[in-house]
Each structure stands twice: as C-alpha cells, then as structure tokens.
Design a binder for this molecule. Structure first.
Ligand SMILES: NC(=O)c1ccc[n+]([C@@H]2O[C@H](COP(=O)([O-])OP(=O)(O)OC[C@H]3O[C@@H](n4cnc5c(N)ncnc54)[C@H](OP(=O)(O)O)[C@@H]3O)[C@@H](O)[C@H]2O)c1
Length: 203
C-alpha cells in the first residue's frame, strides 16, 4: 500500500511510520517535512498537499497523527484559545477528510487521531476534550456518506508510553499505553474492514 502519514515525525506518528514502512510505501507529511509540507490548521496548505499527492497517483490510505489544542484552566481560556483546537485538531482533520478522499483509490481509508480526553477528561482539557468528542461524532457521521467504499475511522488512545514522562502528572491514574498496542489501532483501521469506528485504546 501507499500510505500518507500526516504528523509522521511526531511521538505517535513516527511509531506508525516505523510499523507500516516494513511492508508498505509511507509518505511522511508535517509542518517541517521537506517533501510533503502541510499545516493542517491552514485549508490552503491541505489543498496544496493533496493536489501534489494526486498528481503523483492515488494512494491507499491517509493517517493523521497531528493536531493541537490549547490546555489551560477553563476560567483562563479565551475564545481565541478555543479556536486553536477548532482550527487545528478539529477542522484540520475534517479538512483532511474533505480533500483527502479525492486522492484515495477505491476502498481506501482515512484514519484520524483523537485521545482519551474525549471520554475521560482531566483538569485543563475543556478545549482538547471538546475537539476530540467532535471528531468522534464527525467520523461516525461522515463514514455513512463516503463514496467508492472509502472508510473513515479514528484512533483514540490513552497517554502513550513514549509521552508518559511528559504527561504523567496531568493524568493521575491513567495507565500508559504501550506503543505497539497504540499502533495496532491504526493497523485495525488501515488493514481491517472497520468503518465509522472510534477505535479506543485505553488499557
Ligand atoms: N502523546 C500522547 O500520549 C497522545 C495520546 C493520544 C492522542 N494524542 C494525540 O495524537 C496527536 C499526536 O500526538 P503526539 O504526542 O505524537 O504529538 P507530537 O509528538 O507533538 O507530534 C505531532 C506531529 O504532528 C505534526 N504537527 C503538529 N501540528 C501540525 C499542523 N498544524 N500541521 C501539520 N503537522 C502538524 C508535528 O510536526 P511539525 O511540528 O513538523 O508539524 C509532529 O510531527 C495529537 O493530536 C495528540 O493530541 C497524543
């Protein structure tokens, strides 16, 4: 398969890239990628990426492991702060589906990324949790409308082992998710038949 991984240089993305590169051709996109630069908070940038990809030939799968949201106590979050998550993690991933599906072969797949905050939020995550929940509902709804048997799923994992040192104090009582367990969520979406599924990996 030819698979595009947006955010493929990140903590989660690089493990996804490592796994799929064993048997597939993987294209890595991100803000600092030289070959496939993209800022998912900027619609024009997403359109430009998919125009380039389509010119090179349709691909089998798109994975997004990128997207930001502001973390702060609810009382301190301004409307502009909420817009960071809405523009990047929410509309960024919605736009990846809006424009990305045109680059896919028949029966291709799109896999988005959210996280445990959608179901089990912690302090300072009203914006991040809201955006994750929005993507979950979006995925369930958009899967009904995809044509050419294209599938759309989302992987929602707990704090991953490689980031646990950084986030442990924010997630009391949350078990860290082994990296290979997290990667299996993406394998289920890309190589399996599931569609419109929220693939939860919380233990
Ligand atoms: N870490 C966890 O434990 C965990 C658990 C569950 C879910 N998540 C979610 O998974 C996603 C990735 O997390 P991570 O820990 O791997 O983050 P990370 O280490 O910061 O990596 C994020 C990757 O995405 C790229 N990126 C960030 N913003 C982008 C944008 N606007 N446009 C294009 N690329 C962008 C970054 O590269 P450039 O800077 O070069 O663009 C980087 O490669 C996030 O949405 C996060 O909320 C994380």
């Amino acid at each position: 398969m030819k698979i595009l991984v947006i955010g493929g240089a990140g903590t989660i993305g690089k493990r996804i890239v490592e796994h799929f590169s064993k048997d597939h051709q993987v294209l890595v996109a991100g803000r600092s990628s030289e070959e496939y630069p993209v800022d998912i908070a900027d619609t024009r940038s997403i359109k430009k990426l998919f125009k380039k990809i389509k010119k090179q030939g349709r691909i089998h799968a798109i994975i997004c492991a990128a997207g930001e949201a502001k973390w702060a106590p609810f009382k301190d979050l301004s409307e502009a702060d909420f817009h960071i998550g809405l523009r990047s993690k929410l509309m960024g991933q919605v736009n990846i589906v809006r424009y990305g599906h045109k680059c896919l072969k028949k029966k291709g797949s799109i896999t988005l990324t959210t996280g445990v905050l959608a179901d089990d939020p912690v302090y300072q995550t009203t914006s991040a949790a809201m955006v994750n929940g929005g993507i979950h509902s979006f995925v369930q709804a958009v899967a009904i409308e995809m044509r050419r048997q294209i599938r759309v799923n989302v992987v929602s994992s707990g704090v991953v082992m490689d980031a646990y040192g950084k986030y442990e104090s924010y997630f009391p009582g949350h078990p860290p998710i082994p990296m290979d367990r997290m990667v299996m969520g993406y394998v289920k979406s890309v190589s399996g038949r599931v569609n419109g599924e929220i693939i939860r990996i919380y233990i």
